[in-house]
Design a protein around this ligand. Sequence first.
Ligand code: ADP
Length: 297
Amino acid sequence: MIAVVGSLNLDLVVPVPKHPVPGETVLGGDIAQHPGGKGANQAVAAARLGGNVAFVGRVGEDGAAGVMLDAVREEGVDTTHIARTPGVPTGRALIAVDPAGENSIIVSPGANSRLGAADCEAAADLLQKAAVTVLQQEVPDEANHTAARLAGGIVLHNPAPAVADAVAPPHVDLLVPNRTELAALTGTPVPETIEDVVAAARKLTGAAAVIVTLGGDGVLLLEGASHLHIPAFTVRPVDTTAAGDSFCGALAVALAEGRTLEQAARWACAAAAISTTRAGAQPSLARRDEVEAFLAR
Ligand code: ADP
């Protein structure tokens, strides 16, 4: 079983002719709403790939809570440990997209910001039994630290989004940053070349292994003194939203099935590559049969 401790956000997306400057009002197009949040995306990614997934998180008592609970439940995710939070809105992301595809995003964490140590302690049995526990940085550090301490299996931490003052939890087995998050963790400029990535990743101490995701350049895997660059699969990407979430969810599934880190990373690259060929976050996430067919090409 895979435990995902993290955020659930309802994404509200509005097309705009241009982004407003302070004090300005712009008229946008029709609003669309989609289930999102890194925790929910990673849970759905893992469930769609055949993982047995349970979620530890918080929503409010508003309409958005029902939308989010239904979205993850429909994918087979166990929602027993998603608590309702009275008087607090469910997390939402307000996303404006201009004609060039440039986003500006305001995240209102709402109930996600109320996830605490007690919520993880209430899920202690689950965390103890989980083969893999997956964490990100859209809930308070306190929740992540407690979950990491209680986890009986592999702890996978995706330090996303990059938060300057976030404190990575102790007891992390596998850290999975992208280039920007690696720079935030190490206080270095965003590494460009593979050599720069290796040098920056070597500064990370605390996790037994690190996988840096490099977009169209694939991933860099560091374990002990050795490192391995795994190139990305060649695809024609149309939207890379949630590529990292797709990768983390897939990685958790493969590790829970007992694959080696290298095997798991290659498999997760395939799932993530498929997700870049389709629009959106959760709608783009791959199913297991698609990954197997993609690898058998
Ligand atoms: P994030 O979405 O967190 O920034 P990345 O952009 O690094 O994450 O993407 C995560 C993974 O998705 C990459 O390691 C790679 O395996 C896959 N991926 C992303 N972009 C592409 C691409 N253009 N072609 C093929 N695979 C990709």
